[in-house]
Design a protein around this ligand. Structure first.
Ligand code: SAM
Length: 237
């Protein structure tokens, strides 16, 4: 695969045996091996080997994914890194699992729907990641893994998973719950508060406001992502 990069646009080229067509003109297949090319309309592109983030942005989507702004907070608040073992459920499209697998030691991911799990497997293969284990499994029935550093819950009824997390986590490890609505975080916290081993660390939401730069028109974009989800971080004590 190759990535075509210009100032304003990028294109992922999966098939290098055919000419590549864009709205800026086409590039002959012989030229796809070069590092700089011009389309037949004279628009210049660099050609690079796609990096993790270029492929990540092109993963298949089934259910709604956790946005990158929220994944950033999960990483920064829990401090997970190259020795960490993480469990994620439900896998959904695998977006969170894939981003975490790029920085931690292992990710296990549980998904109840086979059609969603097939999308996850497709995405893992697309990024050629070897440290994610996808399972067709209902997390409300239990967690097999032990000594985990982090469990992330992105589920309709996350409170049903709480009782299983305690034995699966190391002391000092974290649960991050991601829920779009207030009643979900209320029911989740009611369940968390039943366990002396679990302490509330933070509930927050991240609002990201992107800006545009066009000559002297430097200002926030009119369109922004509204609400995505609330992040609740719990620590096993
Ligand atoms: C919003 S999606 C998760 C998206 C995912 N975090 C991502 O970034 O791609 C929620 C997923 O949880 C799955 N799910 C629902 N209940 C579950 C359960 N009890 N055990 C495992 N997965 C479950 C759903 O099928 C759905 O795919």
């Amino acid at each position: 695969m190759r990535l075509l990069l210009s100032k304003n646009k990028s294109f992922l080229i999966k098939d290098l045996t055919k000419d590549y067509h864009t709205q800026f003109g086409f590039i002959k297949k012989e030229d796809l091996k070069k590092s700089k090319v011009k389309t037949n309309k004279g628009i210049e592109f660099s050609i690079i080997k796609p990096q993790f983030i270029d492929l990540y942005k092109k993963i298949k989507r089934a259910p709604q994914i956790i946005p990158r702004k929220d994944i950033g907070l999960i990483i920064a608040e829990t401090g997970i890194g190259k020795t960490s073992k993480v469990l994620d459920s439900g896998s959904g499209s695998g977006a969170l699992a894939i981003m975490l697998a790029n920085i931690v030691k292992t990710v296990t991911t549980y998904e109840i729907r086979e059609d969603h799990l097939n999308v996850v497997k497709h995405n893992i293969k697309f990024l050629n990641l070897k440290n994610i284990k996808p399972h067709l499994k209902n997390i409300y029935e239990g967690i097999t893994e032990k000594n985990l550093d982090l469990i992330v819950l992105d589920l309709p009824e996350p409170w049903l998973a709480v009782k299983h997390t305690i034995k699966a986590l190391k002391p000092g490890a974290f649960i991050v719950n991601y829920s779009p609505t207030v009643p979900q975080i209320m029911d989740f916290m009611t369940e968390v508060n039943k366990y002396k081993e679990l302490s509330h660390h933070l509930t927050t939401e991240i609002i990201q406001r992107d800006w545009e730069f066009e000559d002297r028109k430097v200002r926030p974009k009119s369109q922004m992502m509204g609400h995505s989800g609330f992040l609740t971080i719990i620590r096993k004590i």
